[in-house]
Design a protein around this ligand. Structure first.
Ligand code: GLC
Length: 539
Protein backbone atom coordinates (compact mmCIF):
# COMPACT_ATOMS: atom_id res chain seq x y z
CA UNK A 1 0.00 0.00 0.00
CA UNK A 2 1.19 3.50 -0.82
CA UNK A 3 1.60 5.37 2.45
CA UNK A 4 0.94 9.07 2.38
CA UNK A 5 3.88 11.36 3.03
CA UNK A 6 3.62 13.70 5.97
CA UNK A 7 2.75 17.25 4.89
CA UNK A 8 6.18 18.54 5.84
CA UNK A 9 7.77 16.07 3.44
CA UNK A 10 6.25 17.91 0.51
CA UNK A 11 8.30 20.65 -1.10
CA UNK A 12 7.29 24.25 -0.33
CA UNK A 13 6.05 24.79 -3.85
CA UNK A 14 3.77 21.74 -3.69
CA UNK A 15 1.81 22.95 -0.69
CA UNK A 16 2.27 26.66 -1.43
CA UNK A 17 0.10 29.40 -2.86
CA UNK A 18 1.73 31.50 -5.57
CA UNK A 19 0.57 35.08 -6.14
CA UNK A 20 1.47 37.03 -9.26
CA UNK A 21 2.41 40.65 -8.59
CA UNK A 22 2.51 42.94 -11.61
CA UNK A 23 4.84 45.51 -10.02
CA UNK A 24 3.78 48.48 -12.15
CA UNK A 25 0.26 48.17 -10.76
CA UNK A 26 0.62 46.85 -7.23
CA UNK A 27 1.69 49.74 -5.02
CA UNK A 28 3.43 53.01 -5.79
CA UNK A 29 5.56 54.44 -2.98
CA UNK A 30 7.05 57.55 -4.60
CA UNK A 31 4.06 59.16 -6.29
CA UNK A 32 5.11 58.70 -9.90
CA UNK A 33 1.98 56.73 -10.73
CA UNK A 34 3.88 53.47 -11.26
CA UNK A 35 4.24 50.72 -8.67
CA UNK A 36 7.67 49.97 -7.21
CA UNK A 37 9.67 47.73 -4.89
CA UNK A 38 9.05 49.77 -1.76
CA UNK A 39 5.36 49.61 -2.54
CA UNK A 40 5.51 45.82 -2.67
CA UNK A 41 7.30 45.75 0.68
CA UNK A 42 4.48 47.82 2.21
CA UNK A 43 1.95 45.21 1.14
CA UNK A 44 3.73 42.03 2.19
CA UNK A 45 1.75 41.74 5.40
CA UNK A 46 -1.46 41.81 3.41
CA UNK A 47 -0.23 38.93 1.24
CA UNK A 48 0.84 36.97 4.29
CA UNK A 49 -2.55 37.62 5.90
CA UNK A 50 -4.29 36.33 2.80
CA UNK A 51 -2.36 33.07 2.94
CA UNK A 52 0.06 33.61 0.07
CA UNK A 53 3.34 31.73 0.45
CA UNK A 54 5.24 32.72 -2.70
CA UNK A 55 5.29 35.85 -4.82
CA UNK A 56 6.08 35.86 -8.52
CA UNK A 57 7.20 39.28 -9.72
CA UNK A 58 6.96 40.12 -13.40
CA UNK A 59 10.14 41.81 -14.77
CA UNK A 60 11.67 44.78 -12.96
CA UNK A 61 14.96 44.82 -14.89
CA UNK A 62 16.23 47.87 -16.81
CA UNK A 63 14.14 48.11 -19.94
CA UNK A 64 12.99 50.59 -22.58
CA UNK A 65 9.50 49.26 -21.61
CA UNK A 66 8.33 48.63 -25.16
CA UNK A 67 6.72 45.48 -23.76
CA UNK A 68 6.57 46.69 -20.18
CA UNK A 69 9.68 45.00 -18.90
CA UNK A 70 9.69 41.91 -21.12
CA UNK A 71 12.27 43.73 -23.24
CA UNK A 72 15.34 43.58 -21.03
CA UNK A 73 18.52 45.65 -21.38
CA UNK A 74 20.33 44.25 -18.38
CA UNK A 75 19.43 40.96 -16.73
CA UNK A 76 21.24 41.60 -13.48
CA UNK A 77 20.03 45.02 -12.40
CA UNK A 78 16.85 46.81 -11.38
CA UNK A 79 15.16 49.52 -13.45
CA UNK A 80 15.21 52.85 -11.55
CA UNK A 81 11.46 53.06 -12.10
CA UNK A 82 11.10 50.30 -9.51
CA UNK A 83 14.04 51.14 -7.24
CA UNK A 84 17.57 49.81 -7.05
CA UNK A 85 19.42 46.67 -6.02
CA UNK A 86 19.44 47.76 -2.38
CA UNK A 87 15.68 47.95 -2.49
CA UNK A 88 15.51 44.54 -4.07
CA UNK A 89 17.74 43.05 -1.39
CA UNK A 90 15.47 44.56 1.22
CA UNK A 91 12.43 43.07 -0.48
CA UNK A 92 14.07 39.67 -0.55
CA UNK A 93 14.90 39.92 3.12
CA UNK A 94 11.41 41.08 4.04
CA UNK A 95 9.78 38.31 2.03
CA UNK A 96 11.96 35.65 3.61
CA UNK A 97 11.45 37.11 7.05
CA UNK A 98 7.75 36.44 6.61
CA UNK A 99 8.49 32.87 5.63
CA UNK A 100 7.47 33.49 2.06
CA UNK A 101 9.33 32.79 -1.18
CA UNK A 102 10.16 34.99 -4.12
CA UNK A 103 10.16 34.03 -7.78
CA UNK A 104 11.54 36.27 -10.51
CA UNK A 105 10.58 36.37 -14.15
CA UNK A 106 13.37 35.02 -16.33
CA UNK A 107 13.06 36.11 -19.95
CA UNK A 108 15.53 33.97 -21.86
CA UNK A 109 13.90 33.92 -25.31
CA UNK A 110 14.65 37.51 -26.27
CA UNK A 111 16.37 40.67 -25.09
CA UNK A 112 15.65 44.30 -25.77
CA UNK A 113 17.15 45.63 -29.00
CA UNK A 114 19.01 48.00 -26.65
CA UNK A 115 20.76 45.17 -24.78
CA UNK A 116 24.55 45.43 -25.26
CA UNK A 117 24.55 41.86 -26.63
CA UNK A 118 22.24 42.86 -29.46
CA UNK A 119 24.01 46.14 -30.12
CA UNK A 120 27.22 44.17 -30.60
CA UNK A 121 25.52 41.47 -32.63
CA UNK A 122 24.02 44.07 -34.91
CA UNK A 123 27.26 46.02 -35.32
CA UNK A 124 28.72 43.76 -38.02
CA UNK A 125 28.41 40.35 -39.58
CA UNK A 126 31.68 39.20 -38.09
CA UNK A 127 31.10 40.44 -34.58
CA UNK A 128 31.70 37.60 -32.08
CA UNK A 129 28.13 38.02 -30.84
CA UNK A 130 26.58 37.92 -34.32
CA UNK A 131 25.49 34.33 -33.77
CA UNK A 132 23.91 35.14 -30.38
CA UNK A 133 20.81 36.21 -32.28
CA UNK A 134 19.04 34.76 -35.30
CA UNK A 135 20.28 36.45 -38.47
CA UNK A 136 19.33 35.24 -41.94
CA UNK A 137 19.91 36.37 -45.51
CA UNK A 138 16.97 37.46 -47.60
CA UNK A 139 15.71 34.93 -50.13
CA UNK A 140 17.13 35.41 -53.63
CA UNK A 141 14.14 37.58 -54.56
CA UNK A 142 14.81 39.76 -51.52
CA UNK A 143 11.89 38.40 -49.52
CA UNK A 144 11.95 37.29 -45.89
CA UNK A 145 13.61 34.01 -44.89
CA UNK A 146 10.23 32.37 -44.22
CA UNK A 147 6.57 33.15 -43.41
CA UNK A 148 6.80 33.23 -39.61
CA UNK A 149 4.65 35.80 -37.83
CA UNK A 150 5.25 37.86 -34.70
CA UNK A 151 2.93 37.48 -31.69
CA UNK A 152 2.38 41.23 -31.62
CA UNK A 153 1.44 41.56 -35.28
CA UNK A 154 3.21 41.50 -38.64
CA UNK A 155 6.18 39.49 -39.81
CA UNK A 156 8.66 38.05 -37.33
CA UNK A 157 11.59 39.18 -39.50
CA UNK A 158 13.09 42.65 -39.39
CA UNK A 159 15.50 43.91 -42.03
CA UNK A 160 18.75 45.47 -40.89
CA UNK A 161 19.99 47.86 -43.54
CA UNK A 162 23.50 48.19 -42.15
CA UNK A 163 24.40 44.53 -42.29
CA UNK A 164 21.92 43.52 -45.00
CA UNK A 165 20.30 40.65 -43.13
CA UNK A 166 17.04 39.91 -41.36
CA UNK A 167 16.81 39.13 -37.66
CA UNK A 168 14.06 37.10 -36.03
CA UNK A 169 11.74 38.39 -33.30
CA UNK A 170 8.85 36.29 -32.02
CA UNK A 171 7.36 39.37 -30.31
CA UNK A 172 8.18 43.03 -31.06
CA UNK A 173 10.95 44.05 -33.41
CA UNK A 174 12.46 45.65 -30.29
CA UNK A 175 12.63 42.14 -28.76
CA UNK A 176 15.11 40.17 -30.91
CA UNK A 177 15.21 36.43 -30.19
CA UNK A 178 18.39 34.96 -28.80
CA UNK A 179 19.89 31.98 -30.58
CA UNK A 180 19.62 29.14 -28.07
CA UNK A 181 21.53 26.81 -30.36
CA UNK A 182 24.59 28.84 -29.42
CA UNK A 183 26.33 27.48 -26.31
CA UNK A 184 27.65 30.90 -25.27
CA UNK A 185 24.10 32.22 -25.10
CA UNK A 186 23.11 29.32 -22.89
CA UNK A 187 26.03 29.84 -20.57
CA UNK A 188 25.37 33.56 -20.34
CA UNK A 189 21.75 32.95 -19.35
CA UNK A 190 22.71 30.27 -16.83
CA UNK A 191 25.03 32.83 -15.26
CA UNK A 192 22.10 35.23 -15.04
CA UNK A 193 20.18 32.55 -13.16
CA UNK A 194 23.12 32.00 -10.80
CA UNK A 195 23.38 35.72 -10.13
CA UNK A 196 19.85 35.79 -8.68
CA UNK A 197 20.03 32.37 -7.08
CA UNK A 198 23.22 33.42 -5.29
CA UNK A 199 21.27 36.35 -3.91
CA UNK A 200 18.72 33.92 -2.56
CA UNK A 201 15.72 34.11 -4.88
CA UNK A 202 13.70 30.92 -4.73
CA UNK A 203 13.28 30.36 -8.41
CA UNK A 204 11.96 31.67 -11.70
CA UNK A 205 8.90 31.87 -13.82
CA UNK A 206 10.43 31.28 -17.22
CA UNK A 207 8.90 33.39 -19.96
CA UNK A 208 7.68 31.70 -23.19
CA UNK A 209 9.70 28.57 -22.65
CA UNK A 210 8.14 26.76 -25.59
CA UNK A 211 9.55 29.41 -27.93
CA UNK A 212 13.22 28.95 -27.05
CA UNK A 213 14.30 26.72 -29.94
CA UNK A 214 13.24 27.08 -33.58
CA UNK A 215 13.24 24.53 -36.40
CA UNK A 216 16.83 24.01 -37.62
CA UNK A 217 15.68 24.30 -41.25
CA UNK A 218 13.43 27.32 -40.69
CA UNK A 219 10.58 25.76 -42.64
CA UNK A 220 7.41 27.77 -43.36
CA UNK A 221 4.59 27.38 -40.83
CA UNK A 222 1.34 25.94 -42.22
CA UNK A 223 -1.84 27.98 -42.57
CA UNK A 224 -4.28 27.68 -39.66
CA UNK A 225 -7.61 26.47 -41.08
CA UNK A 226 -9.46 27.75 -37.99
CA UNK A 227 -8.25 31.35 -38.31
CA UNK A 228 -10.87 34.09 -38.08
CA UNK A 229 -10.48 37.82 -38.68
CA UNK A 230 -11.30 38.63 -35.05
CA UNK A 231 -8.21 36.73 -33.89
CA UNK A 232 -4.68 38.04 -33.53
CA UNK A 233 -2.94 38.01 -36.92
CA UNK A 234 -0.40 35.65 -35.32
CA UNK A 235 -3.07 32.93 -35.47
CA UNK A 236 -3.11 32.94 -39.28
CA UNK A 237 -0.43 30.26 -39.13
CA UNK A 238 0.13 27.26 -36.88
CA UNK A 239 3.49 27.83 -35.16
CA UNK A 240 4.63 24.23 -35.60
CA UNK A 241 8.16 25.06 -36.75
CA UNK A 242 8.73 28.23 -34.73
CA UNK A 243 7.87 26.78 -31.30
CA UNK A 244 7.98 23.59 -29.20
CA UNK A 245 10.89 21.96 -31.00
CA UNK A 246 12.26 18.69 -29.57
CA UNK A 247 15.62 20.29 -28.73
CA UNK A 248 13.96 22.65 -26.24
CA UNK A 249 13.90 19.83 -23.73
CA UNK A 250 17.71 19.74 -23.56
CA UNK A 251 17.60 23.36 -22.48
CA UNK A 252 14.89 22.77 -19.90
CA UNK A 253 17.09 20.02 -18.44
CA UNK A 254 20.13 22.29 -18.40
CA UNK A 255 18.22 25.06 -16.65
CA UNK A 256 17.00 22.58 -14.09
CA UNK A 257 20.58 21.50 -13.46
CA UNK A 258 21.50 25.08 -12.68
CA UNK A 259 18.64 25.28 -10.19
CA UNK A 260 19.71 22.01 -8.64
CA UNK A 261 23.12 23.49 -7.83
CA UNK A 262 21.10 25.20 -5.08
CA UNK A 263 18.55 23.90 -2.58
CA UNK A 264 14.80 23.93 -3.12
CA UNK A 265 14.79 26.33 -6.06
CA UNK A 266 12.15 26.00 -8.72
CA UNK A 267 11.21 26.80 -12.23
CA UNK A 268 7.69 27.53 -13.36
CA UNK A 269 7.43 27.55 -17.12
CA UNK A 270 5.09 29.65 -19.21
CA UNK A 271 3.81 27.28 -21.90
CA UNK A 272 0.64 27.54 -23.96
CA UNK A 273 0.33 24.04 -25.43
CA UNK A 274 -2.15 21.17 -25.39
CA UNK A 275 -1.66 19.06 -22.26
CA UNK A 276 0.02 16.08 -23.91
CA UNK A 277 2.75 18.43 -25.17
CA UNK A 278 2.78 20.52 -22.02
CA UNK A 279 3.60 17.63 -19.70
CA UNK A 280 6.78 16.85 -21.64
CA UNK A 281 8.23 19.96 -19.96
CA UNK A 282 8.28 18.10 -16.65
CA UNK A 283 11.20 16.24 -18.23
CA UNK A 284 12.00 12.55 -17.99
CA UNK A 285 12.09 11.33 -14.42
CA UNK A 286 11.23 14.80 -13.19
CA UNK A 287 14.38 16.49 -14.49
CA UNK A 288 12.55 19.37 -16.19
CA UNK A 289 10.43 22.23 -14.89
CA UNK A 290 8.73 21.56 -11.56
CA UNK A 291 5.65 23.49 -12.62
CA UNK A 292 4.94 23.91 -16.32
CA UNK A 293 2.04 26.36 -16.07
CA UNK A 294 -1.28 24.65 -16.71
CA UNK A 295 -3.51 27.18 -18.46
CA UNK A 296 -6.49 24.88 -18.92
CA UNK A 297 -8.82 27.00 -16.76
CA UNK A 298 -7.64 30.13 -18.54
CA UNK A 299 -8.44 28.93 -22.00
CA UNK A 300 -11.33 26.46 -21.74
CA UNK A 301 -15.05 27.27 -22.28
CA UNK A 302 -16.77 27.64 -18.91
CA UNK A 303 -18.69 24.41 -19.22
CA UNK A 304 -18.86 21.72 -16.53
CA UNK A 305 -18.43 18.76 -18.86
CA UNK A 306 -15.59 20.30 -20.81
CA UNK A 307 -13.79 21.28 -17.61
CA UNK A 308 -14.32 17.84 -16.05
CA UNK A 309 -12.89 16.22 -19.17
CA UNK A 310 -10.00 18.69 -19.19
CA UNK A 311 -9.11 18.01 -15.56
CA UNK A 312 -9.21 14.26 -16.12
CA UNK A 313 -7.11 14.52 -19.23
CA UNK A 314 -4.52 16.54 -17.32
CA UNK A 315 -4.53 14.25 -14.29
CA UNK A 316 -4.34 11.32 -16.67
CA UNK A 317 -1.26 12.40 -18.63
CA UNK A 318 0.74 13.84 -15.73
CA UNK A 319 4.00 11.96 -15.35
CA UNK A 320 4.49 10.08 -12.08
CA UNK A 321 6.70 12.76 -10.58
CA UNK A 322 4.68 15.58 -12.10
CA UNK A 323 3.00 17.86 -9.59
CA UNK A 324 -0.13 19.59 -10.97
CA UNK A 325 -0.79 23.33 -10.95
CA UNK A 326 -3.69 25.62 -11.86
CA UNK A 327 -4.10 29.22 -13.01
CA UNK A 328 -7.24 31.35 -13.47
CA UNK A 329 -5.84 34.68 -14.68
CA UNK A 330 -2.59 36.40 -15.48
CA UNK A 331 -1.30 39.69 -16.86
CA UNK A 332 -1.77 38.54 -20.47
CA UNK A 333 -5.39 37.40 -20.33
CA UNK A 334 -8.76 38.91 -19.45
CA UNK A 335 -9.51 38.63 -15.74
CA UNK A 336 -11.67 35.77 -14.54
CA UNK A 337 -14.59 38.05 -13.57
CA UNK A 338 -14.61 39.51 -17.07
CA UNK A 339 -14.56 36.08 -18.66
CA UNK A 340 -17.24 34.28 -16.69
CA UNK A 341 -19.00 36.92 -14.57
CA UNK A 342 -19.04 37.73 -10.88
CA UNK A 343 -21.20 34.83 -9.72
CA UNK A 344 -19.27 32.16 -11.53
CA UNK A 345 -15.98 33.73 -10.45
CA UNK A 346 -16.86 32.56 -6.92
CA UNK A 347 -17.23 29.03 -8.26
CA UNK A 348 -13.89 29.43 -10.02
CA UNK A 349 -12.14 30.35 -6.77
CA UNK A 350 -13.35 27.19 -5.07
CA UNK A 351 -12.32 25.19 -8.10
CA UNK A 352 -8.85 26.75 -8.28
CA UNK A 353 -8.20 26.21 -4.59
CA UNK A 354 -9.60 22.70 -4.23
CA UNK A 355 -8.13 21.02 -7.30
CA UNK A 356 -5.04 18.92 -6.71
CA UNK A 357 -1.93 21.00 -7.23
CA UNK A 358 -0.36 24.40 -6.73
CA UNK A 359 -2.58 27.39 -7.50
CA UNK A 360 -1.33 30.70 -8.85
CA UNK A 361 -3.44 33.75 -8.00
CA UNK A 362 -3.38 36.98 -9.95
CA UNK A 363 -3.28 40.26 -8.01
CA UNK A 364 -6.69 41.87 -7.70
CA UNK A 365 -8.73 38.79 -8.55
CA UNK A 366 -9.24 38.33 -4.82
CA UNK A 367 -11.20 41.60 -4.66
CA UNK A 368 -13.20 40.81 -7.76
CA UNK A 369 -11.34 43.24 -9.99
CA UNK A 370 -12.60 43.17 -13.53
CA UNK A 371 -11.11 44.36 -16.81
CA UNK A 372 -11.19 48.14 -17.03
CA UNK A 373 -12.05 49.62 -20.43
CA UNK A 374 -9.17 51.77 -21.69
CA UNK A 375 -9.78 54.62 -24.15
CA UNK A 376 -7.86 54.56 -27.39
CA UNK A 377 -5.60 57.43 -26.33
CA UNK A 378 -4.65 55.63 -23.10
CA UNK A 379 -3.74 52.24 -24.59
CA UNK A 380 -0.21 51.27 -23.62
CA UNK A 381 0.06 47.60 -24.54
CA UNK A 382 1.82 46.97 -27.87
CA UNK A 383 -0.44 44.02 -28.59
CA UNK A 384 -3.43 46.37 -28.42
CA UNK A 385 -1.70 49.19 -30.32
CA UNK A 386 -0.41 47.02 -33.16
CA UNK A 387 -3.64 45.19 -33.84
CA UNK A 388 -6.32 47.83 -33.23
CA UNK A 389 -10.01 47.03 -33.32
CA UNK A 390 -9.61 43.45 -32.11
CA UNK A 391 -9.83 44.10 -28.39
CA UNK A 392 -6.46 42.45 -27.85
CA UNK A 393 -4.95 45.00 -25.48
CA UNK A 394 -3.82 43.47 -22.21
CA UNK A 395 -4.06 46.81 -20.35
CA UNK A 396 -7.61 46.19 -19.03
CA UNK A 397 -6.33 43.32 -16.86
CA UNK A 398 -3.30 45.30 -15.63
CA UNK A 399 -4.94 48.28 -13.93
CA UNK A 400 -3.82 49.49 -10.48
CA UNK A 401 -4.64 47.44 -7.41
CA UNK A 402 -7.55 48.90 -5.45
CA UNK A 403 -6.52 49.17 -1.81
CA UNK A 404 -8.94 51.67 -0.33
CA UNK A 405 -11.47 54.39 -1.13
CA UNK A 406 -9.02 57.30 -1.05
CA UNK A 407 -8.10 59.23 -4.18
CA UNK A 408 -6.28 56.84 -6.55
CA UNK A 409 -7.37 53.87 -4.44
CA UNK A 410 -4.37 53.97 -2.12
CA UNK A 411 -2.26 52.80 -5.06
CA UNK A 412 -0.56 56.12 -5.67
CA UNK A 413 -0.77 59.81 -4.85
CA UNK A 414 -0.67 60.88 -8.47
CA UNK A 415 -2.26 59.99 -11.77
CA UNK A 416 -1.70 56.23 -12.18
CA UNK A 417 -0.07 54.90 -15.36
CA UNK A 418 -3.30 53.11 -16.29
CA UNK A 419 -6.76 54.29 -15.24
CA UNK A 420 -8.41 52.90 -12.13
CA UNK A 421 -11.67 50.98 -12.19
CA UNK A 422 -14.52 53.45 -11.65
CA UNK A 423 -16.03 51.42 -8.79
CA UNK A 424 -12.81 51.35 -6.76
CA UNK A 425 -14.38 53.32 -3.91
CA UNK A 426 -16.68 50.39 -3.25
CA UNK A 427 -14.44 47.61 -4.49
CA UNK A 428 -11.17 47.66 -2.63
CA UNK A 429 -9.23 45.64 -0.06
CA UNK A 430 -10.24 47.77 2.91
CA UNK A 431 -13.91 47.50 2.05
CA UNK A 432 -13.80 43.81 1.22
CA UNK A 433 -12.06 43.05 4.50
CA UNK A 434 -15.09 44.41 6.36
CA UNK A 435 -17.43 41.85 4.87
CA UNK A 436 -16.77 38.23 5.61
CA UNK A 437 -18.82 37.26 2.59
CA UNK A 438 -17.00 39.37 0.06
CA UNK A 439 -14.83 37.82 -2.61
CA UNK A 440 -11.82 38.50 -0.41
CA UNK A 441 -13.58 36.73 2.46
CA UNK A 442 -14.22 33.75 0.20
CA UNK A 443 -10.58 33.56 -0.86
CA UNK A 444 -9.47 33.78 2.73
CA UNK A 445 -11.90 31.11 3.86
CA UNK A 446 -10.98 28.56 1.19
CA UNK A 447 -7.29 29.29 1.62
CA UNK A 448 -7.47 28.71 5.38
CA UNK A 449 -9.47 25.51 4.95
CA UNK A 450 -7.02 24.26 2.36
CA UNK A 451 -4.08 24.94 4.61
CA UNK A 452 -5.71 23.10 7.52
CA UNK A 453 -6.87 20.02 5.61
CA UNK A 454 -4.34 17.54 4.25
CA UNK A 455 -6.95 16.08 1.89
CA UNK A 456 -7.34 19.44 0.16
CA UNK A 457 -3.66 20.23 0.30
CA UNK A 458 -2.16 17.04 -1.04
CA UNK A 459 -4.92 14.43 -1.26
CA UNK A 460 -5.93 12.42 -4.30
CA UNK A 461 -8.29 13.83 -6.88
CA UNK A 462 -11.24 11.54 -7.60
CA UNK A 463 -13.77 12.64 -10.21
CA UNK A 464 -17.43 12.12 -9.35
CA UNK A 465 -19.85 11.61 -12.17
CA UNK A 466 -22.81 13.96 -12.00
CA UNK A 467 -25.81 13.44 -14.21
CA UNK A 468 -26.53 17.11 -14.69
CA UNK A 469 -24.30 18.58 -17.41
CA UNK A 470 -23.96 21.73 -15.29
CA UNK A 471 -22.37 20.13 -12.25
CA UNK A 472 -18.69 19.64 -11.69
CA UNK A 473 -18.02 17.30 -8.78
CA UNK A 474 -14.97 15.57 -7.31
CA UNK A 475 -13.56 14.23 -4.10
CA UNK A 476 -10.27 15.00 -2.44
CA UNK A 477 -8.96 12.48 0.04
CA UNK A 478 -5.79 11.74 1.93
CA UNK A 479 -5.44 8.63 4.05
CA UNK A 480 -6.13 9.13 7.72
CA UNK A 481 -7.80 12.51 7.18
CA UNK A 482 -11.32 13.74 6.49
CA UNK A 483 -12.21 13.55 2.83
CA UNK A 484 -14.04 16.33 1.00
CA UNK A 485 -16.59 16.35 -1.76
CA UNK A 486 -16.73 19.46 -3.92
CA UNK A 487 -19.91 20.12 -5.87
CA UNK A 488 -20.03 23.15 -8.16
CA UNK A 489 -22.95 24.47 -10.16
CA UNK A 490 -21.55 26.03 -13.31
CA UNK A 491 -24.90 27.38 -14.42
CA UNK A 492 -27.28 30.08 -13.19
CA UNK A 493 -30.12 27.61 -12.72
CA UNK A 494 -30.80 25.19 -9.87
CA UNK A 495 -29.20 21.76 -10.07
CA UNK A 496 -29.99 18.53 -8.30
CA UNK A 497 -26.95 16.48 -7.41
CA UNK A 498 -27.83 12.79 -7.03
CA UNK A 499 -24.72 10.78 -7.89
CA UNK A 500 -25.58 7.12 -8.45
CA UNK A 501 -22.34 5.56 -7.38
CA UNK A 502 -21.42 7.69 -4.44
CA UNK A 503 -22.42 6.30 -1.06
CA UNK A 504 -21.43 9.18 1.16
CA UNK A 505 -22.73 11.44 3.88
CA UNK A 506 -21.46 14.65 5.26
CA UNK A 507 -21.97 18.30 6.00
CA UNK A 508 -21.22 21.44 4.04
CA UNK A 509 -18.04 22.94 5.44
CA UNK A 510 -18.31 26.07 3.36
CA UNK A 511 -19.87 27.32 0.18
CA UNK A 512 -20.12 30.24 -2.22
CA UNK A 513 -22.65 31.85 0.15
CA UNK A 514 -22.73 31.63 3.97
CA UNK A 515 -26.23 30.13 4.11
CA UNK A 516 -24.91 26.87 2.68
CA UNK A 517 -22.72 26.19 5.69
CA UNK A 518 -23.82 23.25 7.83
CA UNK A 519 -26.25 21.86 5.26
CA UNK A 520 -26.54 18.07 5.48
CA UNK A 521 -25.44 15.90 2.62
CA UNK A 522 -27.13 12.52 2.46
CA UNK A 523 -26.07 11.33 -0.93
CA UNK A 524 -27.88 14.21 -2.58
CA UNK A 525 -27.94 17.98 -2.48
CA UNK A 526 -29.75 20.76 -4.34
CA UNK A 527 -27.94 23.91 -5.31
CA UNK A 528 -29.28 27.20 -6.60
CA UNK A 529 -27.69 28.82 -9.63
CA UNK A 530 -24.00 29.75 -9.18
CA UNK A 531 -23.73 27.86 -5.90
CA UNK A 532 -20.90 25.60 -4.95
CA UNK A 533 -20.07 23.67 -1.79
CA UNK A 534 -17.19 21.95 -0.08
CA UNK A 535 -18.63 19.03 1.89
CA UNK A 536 -16.73 17.35 4.71
CA UNK A 537 -17.48 13.67 4.36
CA UNK A 538 -18.11 11.30 7.24
CA UNK A 539 -16.29 7.99 7.38
C1 GLC B 1 5.05 36.36 -22.06
C2 GLC B 1 4.65 37.43 -21.08
C3 GLC B 1 4.06 38.57 -21.86
C4 GLC B 1 5.11 39.12 -22.79
C5 GLC B 1 5.65 38.02 -23.70
C6 GLC B 1 6.90 38.44 -24.39
O1 GLC B 1 3.96 35.80 -22.70
O2 GLC B 1 3.79 36.91 -20.11
O3 GLC B 1 3.57 39.58 -21.01
O4 GLC B 1 4.58 40.14 -23.56
O5 GLC B 1 5.98 36.87 -22.96
O6 GLC B 1 7.97 38.46 -23.50
Amino acid sequence: MLLMKAINEYAWWQTGIIYEVYPRSFQDSNGDGVGDIHGIIQRLDYLRWLGVTAIWLTPMYPSPMKDFGYDIMDYTAIDPLFGDMKDFDELLEQVHKRNMKILLDLVPNHTSDQHPWFLESKSSKDNPKRDWYIWKDACTDGSRPNNWLAMFGGSAWEWDDDTQQYYYHAFLKEQPDLNWRNQEVRNAMYDVMRFWLDKGVDGFRVDVMWHLVKDAQYRDNPVNPAYQETMSSYNKLLPVYSTDQPEVHDIVREMRKVLDEYRERIMIAEIYLPVHKLVRYYGDDGNGAQLPFNFLLLTIDWDARKIAAGIDEYEGVLPLQGWPNWVLSNHDQPRIVSRIGKEQARIAVILLLTLRGTPTLYYGDEIEMRDVPISDEDIKDPQGLNMPGKNLSRDPARTPMQWDASEYAGFTTNRPWLPLAKDYKRKNVEQEKKFEHSMLGLYKEVLSLREAEPSLLVGKYVPVLAESPNILAYKRCAEGHDAFLIVLNLSHQPVYFRPKHLKAKGKVEMGTIPELKGKEFNGKINLAGDEGVIIRLEE
